[in-house]
Design a protein. Structure first.
Length: 342
């Protein structure tokens, strides 16, 4: 199998892509992302029902655009791939139902892809080779893992409370920034001094992450220094300091993991990997230690369907029409099993 039409609708981005998995490394022939941000901004966050409805409206156009941009027709496709979870269940079901219907009508196979595996496969666009250390940081997950082969991974650390993306979004909200907060905080922090405020760095031992204390520290800081966030320059420095505390945690544990595991390659994925400070700091930390950093372009870090194809290249396709019984899932089965054990 080589040319795949890929669909990703796990949250608020309606995405379709054409990926040639026969090429080495897999080649992204097109990638369309129809962001719904403006529809959710008035609510200050993603409204699941609104997301599902917008996916139904936007997906057909996104698929047509993905084929167009790739210069492909339906006859050129060897299969489809779709994100089946974790994510917003209604949103996932729209993508899955569409993928099933299109694959069934064309008598094509369908590959179900886990959203986390999609994010960690983004590094394959840059030619990373397993085994490698993977940091996947998004709005729902913060996962440090070793990718052993393909998209099979061993969990090394995860967040004990909020995800890194949630820490960005909650911090942004406290600073009065509009939704979606992570990117806004990144932009504001660009002109600030990251050493202006010392936020707590008390980290969980080992390779797990924790961000909820940091968010509380920002809340108290703003309460104790009323008026500071009103001045644009000071607000930028508070944002930069807060961002630095998140980035410190992510970068230090990721490079330490590579050293402990004796691995030389490090890849990142997930919306937080779009953060400009994280990208710079991780690249520098890897260079210092002689590690090779694979930092995909921003468009491959935030939700997109091309990464679904990159992951599908390493997964088994379900033959026509056996996939009709496939279901979507809201939470991560592998991580839930792990949580139950601990
Ligand atoms: O991977 P993603 O697009 O969707 C999920 O799977 O959650 O990640 C979204 C998260 C949000 O929390 C968003 O604020 C964060 O990624 N994000 C950023 C940046 N761009 C997106 N966080 C920090 N800096 C950015 N530039
Ligand atoms: Zn994501």
């Amino acid at each position: 199998m080589s040319v795949l039409l890929c669909i990703e609708t796990s949250c608020d981005d309606t995405s379709a892509a054409v990926v040639d998995t026969g090429a080495e490394p897999a080649a992204i022939r097109s990638s369309i992302v129809s962001s719904q941000h403006e529809f959710h901004a008035v609510f200050g966050g993603v409204v699941p029902e609104v997301a599902s409805r917008r996916h139904t409206e936007l997906l057909v156009g996104a698929v047509a655009d993905a084929l167009d941009e790739a210069g492909a027709t339906w006859d050129d496709l060897d299969g489809l791939a779709v994100t089946t979870g974790p994510g917003l269940i209604g949103a996932l079901l729209v993508g899955l139902a569409a993928a099933k219907a299109l694959a069934y009508a064309r008598r094509l196979p369908l590959t179900p892809v886990d959203h986390l595996q999609g994010h960690l496969a983004a590094g394959y666009a840059l030619g990373v080779e397993a085994p490698f250390v993977s940091l996947t940081a998004s709005g729902g997950h913060t996962l440090l893992s070793v990718v052993e082969r393909g998209v099979e991974f061993r969990v090394i650390g995860r967040t004990l409370d909020d995800a890194a993306g949630e820490a960005f979004d909650k911090g942004a909200r406290l600073l009065g920034l509009p939704y979606p907060g992570g990117r806004e905080l990144d932009l504001l922090a660009a002109t600030g001094d990251p050493a202006a405020v010392t936020f707590p760095r008390s980290l969980p031992r080992g390779f797990d992450f924790s961000f909820s204390g940091l968010k509380t520290a920002l809340l108290y800081y703003l309460r104790e220094h009323p008026g500071e966030a009103a001045g644009e320059a000071r607000r930028a420095s508070i944002a930069a300091s807060y961002q630095e505390a998140i980035v410190d945690q992510l970068v230090s544990k990721t490079v330490r993991c590579a050293e402990r595991e004796g691995l030389r390659r490090v890849a990142v994925g997930g919306g937080v990997a779009a953060n400009s400070r994280l990208r710079r700091r991780l690249a520098a930390a890897c260079e210092e230690r002689g590690l090779e950093a694979f930092i995909p372009p921003v468009a491959l870090c935030t939700d997109n369907a091309a990464m679904v194809g990159l992951a599908a290249a390493h997964l088994a396709a379900v033959p026509w029409p056996d996939y009709l019984g496939l279901d979507a899932y809201a939470s991560e089965p592998a991580l839930n099993a792990l949580r139950r054990r601990s």
